[in-house]
Design a protein around this ligand. Structure first.
Ligand SMILES: Cc1cc2nc3c(=O)[nH]c(=O)nc-3n(C[C@H](O)[C@H](O)[C@H](O)COP(=O)(O)OP(=O)(O)OC[C@H]3O[C@@H](n4cnc5c(N)ncnc54)[C@H](O)[C@@H]3O)c2cc1C
Length: 424
């Protein structure tokens, strides 16, 4: 299957043809899934001298990694206080200490491998109300404690210097975050993997894994015997490994890009060229692309259902944010699947001593997957302490099984959304 029609697919850098796996192969580590998690793990492992084979069912970046908002947001889908409450102080502190590493890995790789992906500095977390401001102030205090000194609270008088809309009362600007063209990032990382001797096979869907001590992975045309397997199929992993796929639920998020707006208008809308995400539970996120379009995302749908008319779903959100864009044409509209967990904590672990998995970044995976790929590589290289911080977090199946997990989770989300609307 080719990439879905999107702004990213239309502006991607050239990549080589990567034929499917044919016949039997061997390697140190076989990675399943060519998104940020899989490619990050594979590249870290190759950098440490491992012989790696990566199998991708479609093409590199076909999943969420090649379709997302491109927001390089620090931290994880839940903050320190949630980890503290559920997992205790040691886990919360260890995770806080890793909050900025994913973004740092991305910037290092862009420099080291000369990856052209339009990286720009700055993430603005936009608040609608005082409760959200208080949450951001707490976040700032924690992130500064963890060593990020590039954060500034933005009061009402300064919001328009960050984003030209009347929606927000303030927010937090993190200059250690940023935004980029995610498909070009993952394509650049895949190319870097190949320069280190890693092999990538596309159109190579894994249909079975022998979970023996020396695992073997099968596609319909070949097999890979490896010392270790790393499973990174996330929301797109279907049909195999029900023991982990039952712990995540796909939800779809929608994105549109306008026609090019011209540099002058684009700079007026977001003068510092940072990306913006609001603090709502069902959030909007947006940024200006390198060719001065507005790229706007949101409209999450539980169940992974993909609406026929993405523009209709997002247009009201754009209109209320930037009313003056009403007559601008939408050039691209698409969506992708996010894997959420019940707790919204990421789900990493082992299926055996030799089979690892990463999934469930719950909508916050650009930086997290880069970090988690590194943690898997550390664990395979006998340094499992940081991987185990995540692997020891309790994870639960969705209540209601396959039939009722969607309505039950949607009901839960609706409850949180309602609380926001009525301000409790
Ligand atoms: C619309 C959208 C917007 C988002 N915006 C942001 C954002 O701005 N910032 C942010 O931090 N996060 C964002 N996210 C989340 C982020 O994109 C994901 O958390 C992250 O990309 C997940 O990466 P991954 O490698 O785990 O999975 P994916 O990128 O989904 O990759 C999984 C890959 O595995 C392959 N695969 C599946 N099954 C098999 C198999 N059996 N054999 C071989 N290959 C297989 C798939 O084809 C796919 O390419 C967004 C997500 C979406 C969908």
């Amino acid at each position: 299957m080719a990439y879905p029609t999107s702004y990213y697919a239309a502006t991607r850098n050239p990549a080589p043809e990567r034929p499917p796996l044919q016949g039997d192969a061997t390697c140190d580590v076989c990675v399943i899934g060519g998104g940020f998690a899989g490619v990050s793990a594979a590249l870290h492992l190759a950098e440490s001298g491992k012989k790696v084979i990566l199998l991708e069912a479609e093409e590199i970046g076909f999943g969420a990694s090649g379709r997302n908002g491109g927001q390089v947001v620090n931290g994880f889908s839940r903050g320190y206080d949630a980890f503290l409450k559920s997992c205790g102080k040691d886990t919360a502190e260890a995770i806080l200490a890793m909050s900025f590493e994913g973004g740092d890995i991305i910037r290092q790789r862009i420099g080291k491998y000369n990856i052209s992906c339009d990286y720009r500095e700055g993430t603005f977390f936009a608040a609608f109300n005082k409760k959200q401001i208080a949450h951001l102030e707490r976040e700032k205090e924690l992130w500064e404690r963890a060593g990020n000194t590039a954060i500034e609270m933005i009061g009402p008088e300064k919001v328009s210097a960050i984003v030209d809309t009347k929606l927000y009362i303030g927010g937090m600007l993190d200059r250690r975050g940023g935004h980029l063209h995610p498909l070009n990032l993952v394509l650049g990382e895949a190319a870097a993997l190949e320069t280190l001797g890693g092999k990538i096979f596309e159109q190579s869907r894994v249909i079975r894994i022998d979970k023996t001590n020396k695992p073997k992975v099968y596609t319909d045309k070949g097999s890979v015997a490896a010392d270790f397997v790393v499973v990174c199929g996330n929301a797109y992993l279907t049909g195999i490994l029900p023991e982990i796929t039952g712990r995540i639920m796909p939800v779809s998020s929608q994105i549109v890009t306008t026609e090019p707006l011209g540099e002058e208008l684009a700079r007026k809308m977001i003068p510092g060229d940072n990306c913006v995400e609001d603090c709502n539970f069902m959030l909007d996120y947006y940024r200006i692309t390198a060719d001065h379009r507005l790229l706007f995302g949101g409209g999450v749908l539980y169940s992974g259902y993909e609406p026929a008319d993405v523009i209709r779903r997002l247009q009201p959100h754009i209109d209320r944010t930037f009313p003056h864009l009403r007559d601008k044409k939408i050039d691209f509209a698409w969506n992708g699947q996010i894997a959420i967990t019940l707790t919204r904590f990421p789900h990493l672990g082992r299926l055996s001593d030799t089979i690892y998995f990463i999934q469930g970044d719950s909508g916050h995976g650009v930086t997290a997957c880069h970090l988690q790929g590194k943690l898997v590589a550390e664990a395979i290289n006998h340094q499992a302490a940081r991987f185990d911080v995540f692997a020891n977090i309790k994870n639960y199946p969705f209540p209601g099984g396959r039939v009722f997990r969607v309505p039950l989770t949607a009901l839960g989300a609706w409850y949180y959304e309602l609380r926001e609307v009525i301000g409790i």
